[in-house]
Design a protein around this ligand. Sequence first.
Ligand code: NAP
Length: 281
Amino acid sequence: MHHPIPTTALPSGRTVPVIGQGTWHMGERKQAFAEEVKSLRHGLDLGMTLIDTAEMYADGGAERVVGEAIKGRRDDAFVVSKVLPTNAGAEGAKRACEASLRRLGTDYIDLYLLHWRGRYKLTETIDAFEGLRRQGKIGAWGVSNFDTDDMDELLSLSNGTEVATNQVLYNLNRRGIEYDLLGASQARGMPVMAYSPLDEARLLRHPDLIHIAKAHQATVAQVALAFLISKPGVIVIPKTGMQERVRENRGSVDVKLTGDDLTLLDKAFPPPMAKMALEMI
Ligand code: NAP
């Protein structure tokens, strides 16, 4: 059975599917290019229309893969890209955005994120993002790898409340954000984008996950993703360059975890009992 992919709303009211597609390591190997493009297109066909990329990935190579995948169907996709902290100044952000647009073969990026905090003042980056938004080059902006104190600082700044998302490491092995960051985001009506939702495939061999997956006639990847998207305001962006895995990951929306499953998961992957510094990959 295939349920439609649930959506969640960005602060602007724009809705996006809770399961999208990551692209880290795409564009690194010429031989894989065509298959990576096909995977992303397949995901678009299946409703995984949010595609996450970054200028950093394969030095722009991942954006080129995305550009090819959205060619002729730009409106089907919600493209997220990221500026490197070293480019996040007034001039650098403009140049970086232009370069990303060229590689993506489009004239707008739906959501543009600061990849992580660097040496530029947040006010300078926000001003640059707001300028790009006024020009229509980006639809909205957000941040990535921001812990609670970074978010508090951002929200205290002029236009800081325009932030549309915080993309952070979140999966069963890394549940730290459940202590505070996740709740704070939910309270603001701002989705969190969970990166490395499969812990870069490390979760896939876990015996308790295998047990739950069997009971649901599902796969381990589906259970790991279902756990995350069962929480309000969480968007997952698993990466795969294989079409059958795209289909598999899409199927996570059909897995409904029971109370017993969640108890078992809490035992196997204990939720945080105290503040933990945000982890990063
Ligand atoms: P991930 O999505 O947790 O795992 C990707 C790995 O899992 C790949 O090796 C992939 O291999 C494999 N995989 C995917 N689906 C599978 C399935 N159904 N069965 C078996 N294996 C499967 O890790 P990630 O790529 O680090 O994170 C996802 C996305 O988040 C990235 O691609 C990137 O867009 C974003 N990200 C952002 C940051 C940040 O700082 N903002 C950091 C890391 C990641 P195949 O491709 O061979 O299938």
